[in-house]
Write a protein that binds this ligand. Structure first.
Ligand code: S3P
Length: 171
């Protein structure tokens, strides 16, 4: 594919730790297109890290900001959008993202995700006594929403090469 042809966006959704950010960066590099992460844009707009926003203003405040950002970036074309794991929670978010975008769900099992992120301390939703149980819960709750993606990509392997090639084949 010639990059100038990319008038659609590539949208990555999936649970935290599914590899969205690494895969998004690699796609951006190979296609020579901009990559935006909704979490980064939320942090930049608010001047605060996500875990601080959760702590000081609560999850609902964060979700409102996230929706605003998603609405804005969805209007762009030819970019890779790395979405926060909860971006699918509001129906309108997915509708906006699908407007100009091909949506890929990066599927990884709760166990794989837990192994990847168990030593990271900055995830507000996982600051609980049983993080694996919490990941399983989130996975179960969100699966029907993630399944609304155009494509599901297996992201269980430690290497990002497989998912990157899969996505490039589909666009
Ligand atoms: C969240 C995932 C995070 C971030 C916030 C909430 C979620 O993004 O948006 O902590 O609800 O799953 P990543 O999936 O990029 O870690």
């Amino acid at each position: 594919m010639v990059t100038e042809d990319m008038d659609k966006n590539i949208v990555l959704i999936g649970l935290m730790g599914s590899g969205k950010s690494m895969i998004a960066r690699e796609l951006g590099k190979r296609l020579k297109v901009p990559v935006v992460a909704t979490d980064d844009l939320v942090e930049a707009r608010e001047g605060e890290a996500i875990h601080e926003i959760f702590k000081s203003k609560g999850e609902a405040y964060f979700r409102n900001l996230e929706s605003e950002i998603i609405k804005e970036v969805s209007l762009r074309r030819g970019i890779v959008i790395d979405c926060g794991g909860g971006a699918v929670l509001r129906k309108e978010n997915l509708q906006h993202l699908k407007g100009n975008g091909i949506v890929f769900y990066l599927q990884a099992t709760p166990q794989v995700i837990y192994q990847r992120i168990k030593n990271e301390g900055h995830r507000p939703l996982l600051k609980v006594p049983d993080p694996l149980g919490r990941i399983k819960e989130l996975h179960q709750q969100r699966l029907p929403l993630y399944n609304q993606a155009h494509y599901t990509i297996d992201a269980n392997d430690a290497s990002i090469e497989g998912p990157v090639v899969e996505i490039l084949k589909k666009i």
